[in-house]
Write a protein that binds this ligand. Structure first.
Ligand SMILES: [Zn+2]
Ligand SMILES: [Zn+2]
Ligand SMILES: [Zn+2]
Length: 168
């Protein structure tokens, strides 16, 4: 299982080590899944087994995963998932703020920030493919949009560059 996931990562061409954002495993993974169960229960939603499985794969991964990575890894070496199962689970996880889609990579990451659904911003490393989430401050943009008479539905910020490990 772990080897299978490692094969999915986008680190093949990166020669740098000491990356600071390894996936969760063991106790930390179970704690994150338990917390997700509690947040679902608090909003009358259910973390069904496909939803839980997709969230676990995202949490275990060292970087963003594409939908076809998730479909392939879903069955733990057995049958791959039916694509709609994974897409529906991703839609749910995004809606509840457990996961984000990074548009420029067409890939998914688990939300690393506590709390509800929120605006997302990412620092994406073009060398190793990691994506670090940070909390954006869009006040100026929202104020400008409001002044122009717009009602903003969502803003996504994706900054591209090199992570500390790859700059070293
Ligand atoms: Zn690198
Ligand atoms: Zn987030
Ligand atoms: Zn990097």
């Amino acid at each position: 299982m772990e080897r299978g996931l490692a094969d999915l990562m986008h680190t093949a061409s990166c020669q740098h080590d000491d990356h600071g954002h390894p996936g969760l495993k063991g106790v930390a993974l179970n704690r994150a899944l338990g917390e997700a169960e509690r947040r679902c229960a608090a909003t009358q939603e259910r973390l069904t087994s496909p939803r839980r499985r997709v969230l676990a794969l995202l949490l275990e991964a060292d970087g963003p995963l594409k939908a076809y990575d998730l479909i392939a890894a879903f069955g733990e070496g057995g049958e791959p998932a039916k694509p709609p199962t994974v897409y529906r689970a991703l839609e749910f996880l995004e809606r509840l703020g457990f996961a984000h889609r990074i548009e420029s990579l067409n890939a998914y990451v688990p939300c690393r920030l506590e709390g509800q659904s929120h605006e997302a911003a990412f620092l994406i490393c073009d060398c190793c493919g990691t994506a670090q989430e940070f909390e954006p401050d869009f006040q100026a943009q929202l104020a400008a949009a409001e002044a122009a008479g717009y009602e903003v539905q969502s803003i996504t910020l994706e900054a591209r560059g090199r992570c500390p490990a790859c700059r070293a």
